[in-house]
Structure formats: structure tokens, C-alpha cells
Design a protein. Structure first.
Length: 233
């Protein structure tokens, strides 16, 4: 298709990094006050956007069943869905290295809560095929494709196991090529890189550039937990 055919409509889309309800702010999520969670000025910007996307980097569950791993096993109570709903997400990505921290029950409970709240999500599934499915936003005859994947740690799906969509150089670039033929714009959410370091490794830079070469218009890297850099490629 001609990706740029017809009159261009201005759409405001905001993509944030990692959202994690923690012990220090559970009560604020439970209260469902987005102004308090974000601050009045940022909340005004956030709520004024046409589309709002963020990564939820914890399972939402009241049952503890931690997997064996290095690093923390995150968990947020199901009551925090109140605050997540208050943020009015258009789409939530679950492709990250913590979504399976409380095993499959944590993932399934998170999916159940989001579905019951009418919040679309992406990047996970009961198997690799489901986890790799994209999400398409449609407005004013424009289609924005969103693809989400994560580096390999403790949460990835397999052909027979639930989990997050892994970045696979033998598959992911093909997914982008195929999706680019069906949408006007394509955004990749890539969960990976080095934590607390704002620059990509040379390898990550090559991966992001290859996504662009295969048809993506924007690649957003999450996971670093700090303000990152930008490249116009």
C-alpha cells in the first residue's frame, strides 16, 4: 500500500517507559488518582494525547509463586489496576523480563485484569505464536502497527509455553516486514539494553537500525530505567 496516500492527520501519541506499582506507591495506584501519580503538569500532557502506550513491568496478582531467577521477583496487587485504568492507556506492552516473575498464574491474572478493564495489551500469549501478534490502532483511515518484543531473560514464550515475545533475529525482522505491508506507520517497542545506562550497545544500535530497514518508522527501547538517547536513522 501507499503508506502516505491521502491527507495527513495529526495524531498525538505518547509512549512512556516502564510502569511498576511498588510498595512505596501502592496506595496511590489504589486511589486511582492520575494527577497524584504523574503530577498535575505531566498528567495534563499525558491525558491530552490521542494515544497512550506504556510497558507494565510487573504481574498483577495477589498470589505469590515466584520463579527461580536472579534479580527481584516483582509483584503488584490486583487492586493497583484502579490506578492503571486511571492512566487511560490505549495499549499496554507486557513483553518484558518481569512479566513471568510469578509464573504463569501471574501472567494469566494480569491478562484477565486488563481484559476485564477493556485495556488492550500486547507482547505476551499462551505460546510464541500468540505472543508475537502485533496490535493495530486505526484512526482517520490510518493504521498504526505496534510490535513488542523483549530480550531473552526469564520470561520468554516458546512454542508450547506461555510468556513474552522474544526478540529473535531469525523471526522478528520478518514479522516487521510482513506488518509494514499492512499499516501506514509501524512502531517497535523493544525491551532491552543495559539498565541505568543511557546509550545502546553497538549491537543494540544495529538491531534498531535493522528494524528500520525492514519497515519500522520508530523503534522505542525500554528497560534502561533512565533517560536515553535518540538517533535519526
Amino acid at each position: 500500500m501507499d503508506k502516505f496516500a491521502g491527507k495527513e492527520e495529526i495524531m498525538n501519541l505518547l509512549i512512556s517507559g516502564d510502569c511498576v506499582p511498588t510498595v512505596s506507591n501502592f496506595r496511590f495506584f489504589n486511589a486511582g488518582d492520575s494527577k497524584f501519580l504523574l503530577g498535575e503538569e505531566l498528567n495534563e500532557i499525558w491525558q491530552s494525547a490521542d494515544f497512550r502506550i506504556f510497558n507494565l513491568e510487573t504481574p498483577l496478582t495477589d498470589e505469590k509463586s515466584p520463579i527461580f531467577k536472579c534479580g527481584p521477583n516483582l509483584l503488584a496487587p490486583t487492586s493497583t489496576i484502579i490506578g492503571i485504568k486511571a492512566l487511560k492507556p490505549t495499549l499496554i506492552s507486557l513483553a518484558n523480563n518481569h512479566i513471568m516473575d510469578q509464573n504463569v498464574q501471574g501472567l494469566f491474572k494480569t491478562e484477565e485484569l486488563l481484559s476485564n478493564s477493556n485495556i488492550p495489551y500486547i507482547g505476551v500469549g499462551k505460546n510464541l505464536f500468540e505472543a508475537s501478534k502485533p496490535y493495530i490502532i486505526e484512526q482517520e483511515k490510518k493504521r498504526i502497527g505496534i510490535y513488542s518484543c523483549t530480550e531473552h531473560e526469564f520470561s520468554i514464550a516458546t512454542d508450547k509455553q506461555a510468556g513474552a515475545n522474544p526478540f529473535d533475529p531469525l523471526e522478528s525482522f520478518d514479522h516487521i516486514s510482513e506488518l509494514s505491508e499492512k499499516v501506514n506507520y509501524l512502531i517497535v517497542l523493544y525491551h532491552g539494553g543495559k539498565e541505568h545506562y543511557r546509550y545502546p550497545s553497538p549491537q543494540l544500535q544495529r538491531v534498531c537500525r535493522k528494524f528500520i530497514e525492514k519497515g519500522a518508522d520508530l523503534v522505542v527501547c525500554q528497560h534502561s530505567h533512565c533517560i536515553g538517547c535518540e538517533e535519526d536513522y
